[in-house]
Ligand binder design. Sequence first.
Ligand code: TPP
Ligand code: SF4
Ligand code: MG
Length: 759
Amino acid sequence: MAVVETTRRPLQVEGFRTGNEMAALSAMQIGFHVMGYYPITPSTEIAEILDELKAEGRHRMVMVPADGEHGAAGICYGASTGGGRVFNATSSQGLLYSLEELPVQSGTRFPMLLDLATRSVSGPLDIRGDHSDLYFALNTGWLIFLARDPQAVYDLNVIALRVAERHDVQLPAIVAFDGFFTSHQKRRVETFEDERVVQEFLGPVPERITALDPRHPVTIGPYLNDPDLINNKYQLKLAMDNALRAIPEVFAEYEALSGRHYAALDSYRMEDAEVAVLLLNSAAETAKDVADSLRERGVRAGVLSPNVLRPFPADEIREALHGVRALLIGERADSYGAHGANVSHEVKSALKDDPGNTTLCLSRVYGLGGRDFYADDAEAFFALAAAAAASGHVETPFDYHGVVPGDPARRTPTTGPPALRADETAGLVEVTLDEETGGLRVETPPLWKLAGSPKRVVPGHGACPGCGVFPSVNLFLKGIEGDVVVLYQTGCAMVVSTGYPYTSHRVTYVHNLFQNGAATLSGLVEMFHERVRRGELPSGEEITFVMVTGDGGMDIGMGAAIGAALRNHHMIILEYDNQGYMNTGSQLSYSTPLGHLTSTSHVGPGELGKAFHHKDTPQIMAATNIPYVFTGVEAFPDDLIAKAAKAQWYARAEGLAYGKVLISCPLNWKTEDRVGSDVVQAAADCCFFPLYEIERGLTRITYDPEPLGRRIPVASWLSLMGKTKHLCAPANGAVLQSIETEVERRWQRLKAMDESPLL
Ligand SMILES: Cc1ncc(C[n+]2csc(CCOP(=O)(O)OP(=O)(O)O)c2C)c(N)n1
Ligand code: SF4
Ligand SMILES: [Mg+2]
């Protein structure tokens, strides 16, 4: 890296970095006390990079992997009431899932920093960049800075925190940058060589109310009705006013330190502009190039782009537009039904306060779901503004730009014909109630017979080679007779099987976000039964409702799953456990075992893989007293099919059935594609993943490796995977021993439960 020499300014180093890298680097240099986070594309890398740096021993920020973004926001809020510096990073649904915590943070006036790599909001699910998430934050009382490139991410993180912590502001701040366009694209950047420069610029954390001073007790967040709440909000408004005044000062101080200039409103060639476009973040850079070329052709074109959205720079906008004849405001989000998105209305409202202003305004929604914004698009925007300027009239004040008309003649192609009832009701698996024991007896045909029955998930999906998801799901579904409706929570299985306009599902499929699938399916189940009761659906109609979820979905969606279980809806929850959040790139889940390497639990001198033991989800679900709980693996197909048949029987007759299937994931486990079945077999053989069922409260181990002489040490299983090889090194013996002890404790407890009907 080249060192940038300046005479009076601190040394800076040049680099080539992405927005996410710059976010992580600035967070490390700031030296936050605590980060609460939850992975979501495209912001996930920020926590991953910080975790890697922590493992290397380069910082000591406490990083708390939350159970979801709502939890992450709670962790951050709690930490910020403790008086230190707090950081979080998120995107899209993550922001929305934490939304209700945002006004709590601002209303009680605890500063912190949240980096938002902006992304489209579901549904349907789209992981690419627009500003629909950001717009939900506009009314939360947070300061909002906009970073158009990786350099600005670094700079504005430092600036935003400095403004946020000012005594006359004390508000939390968001720094928003474009998902993928900025979060993932490398640009030439400069950063301070010595982190003390950043820390001195920020100064020590200013004194403020803290929950950690028991000798000075305080009440944080009292119950506050009228007439006081309006006063609380008025103070928040005053804090925003103060921020408006403070921001230019902080920008100026930072410019003196870094040499980089920021203003609340970035104005490009606006001095004499007749036509202009206003765009947020990266698209504005494209428009600047187009403005240059238009000027060569004699068009007086300019570009506006706010660096600060809250407080809104209304004065600067009025001033910049004074002589402009027509302005096009392009927005990567809509406020549906409002005849223009939020920023359009805010710009128009700002202009209304200038009686001398005659600028014609056009508003266009563009680039939703990550659709690129090219020079041609900017040209089209300028052309619309120029036409309005020439005619003195706006033909279409609000519209969408870049919409592609569909072809009504084209039906959605699938990768296979729909499943027919005749296929599914093969009558091969028989379940009968044993009157004597009260348990179920299952007769399964030889596997070769079942192999002939059609699969409900057909090939064509994009799962990795060696992935255990669909072999296991299909195996499970072989034990289920009749009509099936599936709900997939967000995760690999969903993403790789339903890339629009294709689907690998031959049965009806519904997706909902993975924090709420169980609630969604329970609603569908109830609607089904009610419509049958009302005679709107044929009586005697039977559908088996199956929710397919990853282990991550049983973290963030645990509340919804427990809710459905406590209500005992007639449905099945099938969890495929690959020991991580794979869809977002191998982060730890609560089911990841202790010490395992993931992209948020690195291995190095500062950290040794995941810091806490794996979650025992089947036992948690069993505690809700649902009629049937089971575990299974692909390596024991008869066992899994029989459990599926039982799950269906219980879902029909008694209520909710839950099962967890350990599936191989070569990507996460760092194994060869072909060894998946052996690895899950080893997990069962070492009793890390015991095969058992709990039928109406009675536990039965269905595979006990001990009497068969097949029990292997936990280390033998761990040695099969790249992600755990380090645990077999003598230096890490303590972690291995801790895993062995926990595995043994759970196994002995299970055996006791198997032996006693009372446990
Ligand atoms: C509220 C919210 N937070 C985060 C995400 C990002 N996200 C989508 S899938 C996923 C991980 C899913 O993990 P898991 O359920 O184990 O399924 P896998 O991807 O491993 O198959 C995450 C973190 C999201 N879509 N919505
Ligand atoms: S990442 Fe893992 S779970 Fe996801 S498709 Fe690939 S192998 Fe399957
Ligand atoms: Mg998973």
